[in-house]
Design a protein around this ligand. Structure first.
Ligand SMILES: *Cc1c(COP(=O)(O)O)cnc(C)c1O
Length: 395
């Protein structure tokens, strides 16, 4: 089945929909049973998508978990109330005091904060590594290294990792591989074809796609699914069926949305490349993006999120650019239908083992579903404000 068709059908088995098109919102805390026999059956099968108690899920969450498993391709999907909860719970399920993990240096900042605070307090050591380390990862693996954590492309600076090489080396040393696959969105990168053991997404981003739900998913292989699932239960992780219903809606249009995000973002990036205010374009589909060769080899497509580095400007002139934007709103997050912009004058602050040598600010864009010419116009006016602010200073 081609991905467009898969997204229409994922999670819509008759046992969940009961005849209507969309798996309905099934709200529950208590589940009541007609007989002791029924109750015993539910208790014995409470890990197997059987109604038992609200925290263990209802048909809405069972359908969504099935959909994510079909899309990503593992053995099962654990659902969390945010992407960050998915990351932290997936890691916690597999480490104990005295263990060591390897974390990519350009990881999403809250992931780093979790390692530096919670894992540290637990006595789990984190070593950060260069996203471009490739086979050099072998030198960093210790006898107690339990997890190699990847994020590709990485947050803000967009380096694409050599996932199959990293995964093969990790497995040689009995170390499991987790990937933050949020950028891939279950569309552009197939984690289990490249040796990933657990694929994590902030479903908050493209799966939900409308900037109105927080949600996380972790899909695991046969080998790791039972432990991941059990730990999710032990930690009391559960999610509102209303939110899951919205996420299921997001899946239906995922392919067509991403296609448009990709097309518009490529047009904006190509236009940016012609501008003298713009230096490196950090879009995985561009040669100027570190790891571009792995993107070409391993990815099916791109989306609306990328960064670029300016050839001029400081905090004040960057502010002039940002403050006047009409369509690109300032905001963290991405993956909704709307365009977003982030300015960053201190990229080096959120990395510890790789340096960031650019002199001028970085801008990250999420190119939304607005008309792309309006978006280019918006950026063009932004550059005028940047230049004006610099000129006023020189007067
Ligand atoms: C947003 C994001 C997360 C965290 O997701 P939340 O749902 O906001 O907690 C994790 N990883 C990446 C790459 C993200 O962009």
């Amino acid at each position: 089945m081609k991905k467009e068709t898969q997204f229409i059908n994922a999670g819509r088995q008759a046992k969940w929909t009961k005849g209507v098109v969309n798996p309905p919102v099934e709200r529950a805390s208590t589940v009541v049973f007609d007989s002791v026999k029924q109750m015993k059956h539910a208790t014995a099968n409470r890990g197997n998508q059987v109604l038992f108690y609200g925290r263990r899920g209802t048909s809405t969450s069972f359908a969504f978990a099935d959909a994510m498993t079909e899309i990503e391709g593992g053995a099962g999907c654990a659902i969390y109330p945010s992407g960050t909860a998915a990351i932290t719970n997936a890691i916690l399920a597999f480490v104990k005091t005295g263990d060591h993990i390897l974390m990519v240096d350009n990881t999403y900042e809250p992931t780093r904060d979790f390692c530096d605070n919670v894992l540290k307090r637990m006595g789990v050591e984190t070593t950060y590594y260069d996203p471009m380390i490739g086979a050099g990862i072998e030198d960093l693996i210790q006898s107690n290294t339990r997890i190699l954590f990847l994020e590709s492309p990485g947050s803000i600076t967009m380096e694409v990792q050599d996932v199959p090489t990293l995964a093969a080396i990790a497995h040689k040393h009995n170390c499991m591989v987790m990937l933050d696959n949020t950028w891939g969105a279950g569309v552009n990168f197939k984690p289990f074809d490249f040796g990933v053991d657990i694929s994590i997404q902030a479903a908050t981003k493209y799966i939900v796609g409308h900037s109105d739900v927080m949600l996380g998913t972790a899909v695991a292989t046969e080998e790791y699914w039972p432990t991941l699932r059990e730990n999710s239960y032990l930690m009391g992780q559960c999610t509102s069926p209303d939110d899951l219903y919205l996420a299921m809606r997001g899946i239906r249009t995922l392919a067509v949305r991403l296609k448009q995000h990709q097309e518009s973002a490529l047009k904006v990036a190509n236009w940016l490349q012609t501008r003298e205010e713009v230096g490196k374009v950090l879009h995985p589909a561009f040669e100027s993006c570190p790891g571009h060769e792995f993107f070409k080899r391993d990815f099916i497509g791109s989306n609306g999120l990328f960064s670029f580095v300016l050839t001029r400007g400081d905090q004040q002139s960057l502010n002039a650019l940002l403050d006047g934007m009409k369509h690109f709103k300032m905001g963290y997050s991405w993956g909704g239908f709307e365009s977003l912009i982030l300015g960053n004058t201190n990229v080096g602050r959120i990395r510890t083992v790789t340096s960031w040598d650019e002199t001028y600010p970085l801008i990250r864009l999420h190119v939304g579903l607005e008309n792309v010419d309006d978006l280019i116009d918006d950026l063009s006016h932004g550059f005028e404000r940047l230049n004006q602010a610099l000129e006023n200073r020189n007067d």
